[in-house]
Design a protein around this ligand. Structure first.
Ligand SMILES: [Zn+2]
Ligand SMILES: [Zn+2]
Length: 254
């Protein structure tokens, strides 16, 4: 399965990274809709799209407004926005309020809590878990595909905007690809990570090792650091070898 990171940064865009969004074009699904969501339209493989949102902070939802044009010109006909109740309320009442963005593109809003899991292409199943340690809370997602013929079962988890607090270890156990935020390096993280509900290098690498992940890709990195390695990659690799820093437009395979 081919995944693409559309935006690998957190908080605000910088010259290197737009904010949170990644896509599985073949499955007509997107996770988060930050400023990189302007890249969705040219990668669509269908007129239908499901968008799962982790939470309603602007760096994860601003790009919902960019889908107005593809909805109007017919590149998109049916878009479901799936998120927990408070996130949907914030999007509907605030993002698409008259003074902020007066035209709601015609999305279907689906309460995440209405189902325990959501079907995806190729027999994939999306499950979710709450991430309580971010201000206002966030949501973690996991996709599991069953084995098919000679192709083994595979899985991806997306965890962003949280401190590594131990509450979701079992949710991500054994995942083939862990896409996890790493906003801070160890030095800044010791001071700021728990306070801001974000993660730092050592704790993310140790999590990946502890839960037996196959591969770790870091996203939602600090936009104040636009160099190629803002988080101390070599030290992380010493703790969990299969670690990579996500880049905008990076293609991932599971
Ligand atoms: Zn964020
Ligand atoms: Zn946030």
């Amino acid at each position: 399965m081919r995944l693409q990171l559309l935006g690998s940064g957190g908080f605000h865009p910088n010259e290197r990274r737009h904010t949170a969004c990644w896509m599985i074009p073949e499955c007509r699904v997107v996770f988060d809709a930050g400023t990189s969501a302007f890249r969705i339209a040219e990668r669509l493989e269908s007129t239908e799209l499901q968008i799962f949102l982790t939470h309603a902070h602007l760096d994860h939802i601003a790009g919902l407004t960019y889908l107005l044009v593809p909805m109007l010109d017919g590149r998109l006909e049916r878009v479901q926005v799936i998120a927990n109740e408070s996130t949907l309320a914030a999007v509907q009442e605030h993002l698409f309020s008259d003074p902020v963005f007066p035209v709601e593109p015609g999305f279907e809003f689906v309460r995440l809590e209405s189902r325990k899991s959501y079907p995806l292409c190729d027999g994939g199943v999306v499950t979710w878990c709450p991430l309580p340690s971010h201000p206002g809370g966030s949501t973690g997602f996991r996709i599991d595909w069953p084995a098919s013929g000679e192709i083994p079962a595979k899985s991806v988890a997306y965890i962003t905007d949280t401190f590594v607090d131990g509450t979701y270890d079992s949710f991500v156990t054994g995942v083939d690809l862990l896409i996890h935020e790493c906003y801070f390096d160890d030095e800044l993280g010791a001071k700021w990570a728990e306070r801001t509900g974000h993660s730092f290098s050592t704790q993310v690498a140790d999590l990946a090792s502890r839960v037996g992940a196959g591969q770790l890709v870091l996203v939602h990195v600090n936009p104040g650091r636009s160099e190629a390695d803002p988080i101390g990659l070599e030290a992380m690799k010493a703790r969990f070898r299969a670690t990579e820093i996500g880049e905008d437009l990076m293609v991932l395979q599971v």
